[in-house]
Design a protein around this ligand. Structure first.
Ligand code: PLP
Length: 443
């Protein structure tokens, strides 16, 4: 069994050019990275290029990529159809700030998959949840919002609350405190956000009761995918739907991660639920900056000049929209999703077997082409149960073992993996061989 120190030494031995790039980047970027999410210890691997299911780092190491840009690249890297579509569009102009027939086509593709009457485009998941929230407030005339502890909805102040709070600050389990996830968020904003635990309908009812008449919206990741991978308990989302109707509160599904992925029509299809609004991002752009939000006509029709603001110079830019249409029509198809899910099932079976054969306690959660390994036997059903039983030591060794052997998962060890439509049987077999090889190090 090798120690973490030995695994870290091997990481450094394989990636000297990344270290050089990092030293250089530190001179221009705070922390040496362009975004906090790109930072990890001891230093990040710098990428050179990516294609299909793989990428190559600046030292020439090849990796099978299972992070897939935090799940955004279900299409896989540099898909030939996307390369062609984007190339065609480049020569026709990439930004008009004017209506195009393309954007209506793209909106129609979204409407085929999600139960929404009207759609608007944004540039990111952050913008999608921010705009969904604003229009929900305008529609209801209420200000407060309820979010679930451990869910992440992007970088804007209202929802950047209790994403990963310190347990010492998080307050009672059934009635959590709202803990800003960052300095610099005004107190007044934090006060308008109520936090409840995931998978606990009584706590949700209690919060709605206590704030009756003041809550505009409940926003939820229908499957927690920014806190490991935690599915809703049977009936939880249905009860949430009923409860939000009873209290006249807009239900927003944040499908930035689940959309296009856990099923062709996202979590709405997977769980047969019709929320009032849906926020989309990641896969809708398949590598191009595009997000969307949409929902019931009576809510969305508040978005008009002089009533509810929505805009953005790059919103619905023809390059991203053209790429999205190609991705949605030709790449993220039902057949291709089935292919990725089949490979996922094979991967999951193999991981479970390797854990069992090596006597490593734990389990695997998997939905669609996404999965996550848990090195605990305790039930994980919300942020706190995950935080309590999170086996950071084993997950860190697991991550190093994979990466040193050319298998890439997110460096944030409680992030799920994604099998893309371009992964192959061979990728899965290679990955399972690596997993079997590294399991003894986890004993
Ligand atoms: N909502 C969810 C569920 C997400 O996972 C993310 C990003 O990971 C966002 C919103 C924010 O999306 P973006 O990073 O595109 O702003």
């Amino acid at each position: 069994m090798r120690s973490l120190e030995e695994l870290q030494k091997e990481y450094q031995r394989r990636t000297p050019t990344s270290l050089k790039c990092f030293e250089r980047a530190k001179k221009s970027f705070q922390g040496g990275v362009a975004s906090n999410f790109q930072a990890f210890d001891p230093y990040p691997i710098f990428w050179d290029h990516a294609k299909g299911s793989k990428f190559w780092d600046v030292d020439g190491n090849e990796y099978i990529d299972f992070n897939m840009a935090f799940g955004a690249m279900l299409a896989g890297h540099a898909h030939p159809l996307l390369v062609k579509a984007a190339g065609d569009q480049l020569s026709k102009g990439t930004l008009y700030c004017a209506p195009t027939d393309l954007s209506a086509t793209c909106a129609e593709e979204v409407k085929k998959r999600f139960p929404v009457d009207l759609v608007r485009f944004t540039n990111s998941g952050t913008e999608s949840t921010m705009h969904a929230l604003r229009v929900a407030r305008a529609y209801t005339g209420k200000e407060k919002v309820i979010k679930l502890e451990g869910c992440y909805h992007g970088m804007h102040d209202y929802l950047l609350q209790s994403v990963e709070p310190e347990l010492s600050e998080a307050g009672p389990e059934n009635r959590p405190a709202t803990v800003p996830q960052s300095k610099g968020i005004p107190k007044g904003v934090t006060e308008g956000t109520i936090v409840v635990p995931f998978n606990n309908i009584d706590a949700m009812r209690d919060a709605l009761k206590r704030n009756r008449g003041e809550v505009a919206a409940v926003i939820v990741e229908p499957i927690m995918m920014n806190c490991a991978l935690i599915p809703p308990k049977d009936g939880y989302l249905q009860q949430l739907r009923e409860l939000t109707k009873e209290y006249d509160v807009v239900l927003i599904f944040d499908e930035v991660k689940t959309g296009f992925k856990v099923a062709w029509g996202g979590a709405c299809e997977y769980y047969h639920i019709k929320p009032d609004l849906v926020a989309l991002g990641k896969c809708i752009g398949s590598g191009f900056s595009l997000g969307a939000f949409g929902g019931k006509k009576e809510i969305m029709e508040h978005l008009k000049a002089g009533d509810v603001a929505h805009g953005g110079t790059y919103s619905a830019n023809p390059l991203a929209v053209r790429a999205s249409i190609t991705a949605l029509r030709e790449i993220l198809t039902k057949e291709n999703l089935e292919h990725a899910t089949k490979l996922e099932n094979k991967l999951v079976d193999g991981i479970k077997k390797a854990m069992k054969d090596n006597g490593i306690p734990g389990f695997v959660n998997s939905i669609g082409p996404c999965g996550m390994v848990f090195f605990t036997q305790h039930e994980i059903y919300d942020f706190r149960s995950n935080a309590k039983y999170y086996n950071a030591g084993r997950l860190t060794k697991y991550w190093h073992g994979l990466v040193n052997n050319g298998v890439w998962i997110a460096p944030h060890t409680d992030e799920h993996w994604t099998v893309s439509v371009q992964h192959t049987e061979e990728d899965i077999e290679k990955t399972l061989a690596v997993i079997r090889k590294i399991m003894p190090d986890l004993k």
